[in-house]
Design a protein around this ligand. Structure first.
Ligand code: ADP
Length: 283
């Protein structure tokens, strides 16, 4: 896979993320859990790395951190001077997760103020070093964690992951509305589990419907970033801590993820994400 042209990298320095050394922060959100937001975040971070970018991932999913498992990482991050933590690293991506820091059961019962503090610390007390892009895996829904992110780090934009069926899309609309309200540009919508390809007969079955997220993106004027099918290979590699973009970079799925990562990066560096919507002038 080819690297990012130097001119695009250079242009990326123009925007600050509010986190020293980190050029752009992108949040990955979903209206509800179980739609594949963490799997998508992981493979997109790897996709950015495959493009030759310096990438990191911050797992802010307080209520169900998945990145340690997805990246096959265990243990505690090292404390370095000044109260800072060193992120872990795997497959060329820097990783920090709430899952490294606290027992899962403990974080589950945190109230708003504790959630806000944990996310603030993970953003500002981690020695990320120089990163072109930091992917933030948000918890599902529209609560304190999402609002803290919006306030604490000037986000380049948010990505919304949804499955195709109506129920997931209704929740995705809430997430879109929340980002609109806090003036975070929506970088686009990704449809996950977009059809099941039977490994035995190659027939594609739209288990959760098909094209719902694309239609939603088109009607709302949000960029459509593409669909990822429901596939046993994606599930199995995720569970094994060997994500598909890292382990099978030439597979069709990996190429799809990297294609989506490229689209996101182009939108960020071209400034398309921060452009205000067109004004309609009535004469
Ligand atoms: P979320 O972060 O939205 O809660 P996860 O990323 O944890 O969702 O995914 C939920 C489950 O679905 C996991 O077991 C994951 O391996 C599986 N999964 C996610 N995306 C796909 C896909 N495209 N194909 C197959 N399984 C998937």
């Amino acid at each position: 896979m080819s690297a990012v042209p130097p001119d695009l990298r250079a242009r990326a320095t123009s925007k600050a993320s509010g986190i020293p050394g980190v050029k752009h922060v992108v949040a990955v959100a979903s209206g509800k859990g179980g739609v594949g937001k963490s799997t998508t975040s992981c493979n997109l971070a790897l996709g950015f790395a495959a493009m030759g970018l310096k990438a990191g991932i911050l797992d802010a999913d307080i209520y169900g951190p998945s990145q340690p498992k997805l990246f096959g990482l265990r243990g505690k991050p090292r404390q370095i001077g000044g109260g800072m933590l060193e992120p872990m690293e795997r497959f060329g991506v820097k990783v920090m997760s709430i899952g490294f820091l606290v027992e899962e059961d403990l974080a589950m019962i945190w109230r708003g103020a504790m959630v806000i503090q944990a996310i603030t610390q993970m953003l500002h007390q981690v020695a990320w070093g120089e990163l072109d892009i930091l992917v933030v895996d948000l918890p599902p829904g529209t609560g304190d964690a999402q609002l803290t992110m919006a306030q604490q780090a000037p986000l380049a934009g948010a990505l919304i992951v949804s499955t195709p069926q109506d129920l997931a899309l209704i929740d995705a609309r809430r997430a879109i509305a929340m980002f609109d309200k806090v003036k975070i540009p929506i970088l686009g919508l990704i449809e996950n589990m977009s059809g099941f390809c039977c490994p035995a007969c190659n027939q594609v079955t739209p288990i959760f419907g098909h094209g719902g997220a694309r239609h939603e993106a088109e009607t709302r004027g949000i960029p459509w970033l593409g669909g990822i099918p429901l596939d046993i290979g994606i599930r199995a590699t995720s569970d094994e801590g060997r994500p598909i973009v890292a382990i099978e970079p030439d597979s069709a799925h990996a190429i799809r993820y990297v294609g989506i990562a490229r689209g996101i990066w182009s939108a960020i560096v071209s400034g398309a994400a921060s452009r205000p919507p067109p004004r309609i002038v009535i004469e």
